[in-house]
Design a protein around this ligand. Structure first.
Ligand SMILES: C[S@@+](CC[C@H](N)C(=O)[O-])C[C@H]1O[C@@H](n2cnc3c(N)ncnc32)[C@H](O)[C@@H]1O
Length: 264
């Protein structure tokens, strides 16, 4: 899959990930927005077999299972998988890196492939295209590929950096190639993908059913401390999110966006 020069590991993030993201006030509200859109597409109406990539600590796997789906959860990081398995002792959970997706039969047995919160931002555009094509090769007509991805511009992060005087952080995602992001001491290459680019990569095999911003007004999770001290501000931003969060064109300016594609 493309020219992968390094193999990023989230192992060192596994221990703190739930505290710092999953159960943070911002993380919970951002995930709520993902579920808002999953409900809108009737994702939970009928039980499905779901193949999850980059499952992290297995929180979505647990919520999906509780809603009746049969989940196979995978991730590239062994330590993340340990937490995920502890959270979901009964579930089929194993290591699967994006690079090896073509050898996984379970994709063809599922009705949906799910990737939440930026796992696919570890892939360059070229690698993302391989991932999409290798997934498509196994999916059947009507199957879903649901991804939550970070775009290369985040309005609310820029505003936050402007208001707090961190001018050198403004437009930090907007670069030709990748940004080295420090994840608990480990440097992770992060590639930001414009939603129009992802739509283009999907085009030959998928029809895009929905593209919506996740956190256009809700801030990124690294601002958690600030918003813990200013709860009223987070409440206000969540209200704005609920009002304006259905405007598809804002996907390219949010912290993340959800893109739901159906195999043609
Ligand atoms: C930000 S976390 C998201 C975790 C989870 N989906 C969630 O909603 O909280 C990104 C995840 O992508 C995984 N990841 C990164 N590169 C990967 C790769 N090449 N193959 C598979 N998983 C990878 C990491 O191990 C990490 O668990």
């Amino acid at each position: 899959m493309g020219n992968r020069t390094m193999d990023p590991s989230f192992d060192s993030a596994a221990k703190l990930y739930d505290n710092e993201f999953t159960f943070s006030e911002i993380g919970k509200l951002q995930r709520d927005r993902v579920y808002f859109w999953l409900n809108k597409i009737n994702f939970f109406k009928k039980p499905k077999r779901v193949f999850e990539v980059n499952c992290g600590t297995g929180y979505d796997a647990k919520l999906f299972t509780e809603r009746g789906h049969q989940v196979t959860a995978t991730d590239g990081s062994e330590k993340m998988l340990e937490v995920a398995q502890k959270r979901n002792p009964e579930l089929d959970i194993y290591q699967r890196k994006f690079i090896d997706i073509s050898i996984d039969d379970n994709i063809g047995k599922s009705e949906a492939v799910f990737s939440n919160f930026g796992g696919l931002n570890c892939l360059s555009e070229e690698q993302l295209l391989c991932f999409i094509n290798e997934t498509a090769a196994q999916q059947k007509v009507g199957d879903l590929l649901i991804s939550v991805i970070m775009p290369n511009h985040c309005f609310i992060a820029d505003l936050f950096h402007f208001l707090t005087g961190k001018f050198n952080q403004i437009r930090r995602r907007n670069r030709e190639e990748f940004l080295e992001v420090n994840v608990n001491g480990e440097s992770i290459r992060t590639y930001y993908h414009h939603p129009a680019t992802v739509s283009k990569l999907l085009y030959s095999n998928y029809k895009v059913l929905l593209k919506k911003p996740i956190a256009i007004f809700l801030p990124p999770s690294y601002t958690e401390l600030f918003f813990k001290r200013n709860k009223w501000a987070l409440k206000g931003l969540y209200l704005l999110e609920r009002i304006f969060g259905n405007l598809s064109f804002l996907s390219s300016k949010a912290d993340h966006y959800i893109i739901v594609a159906e195999r043609k």
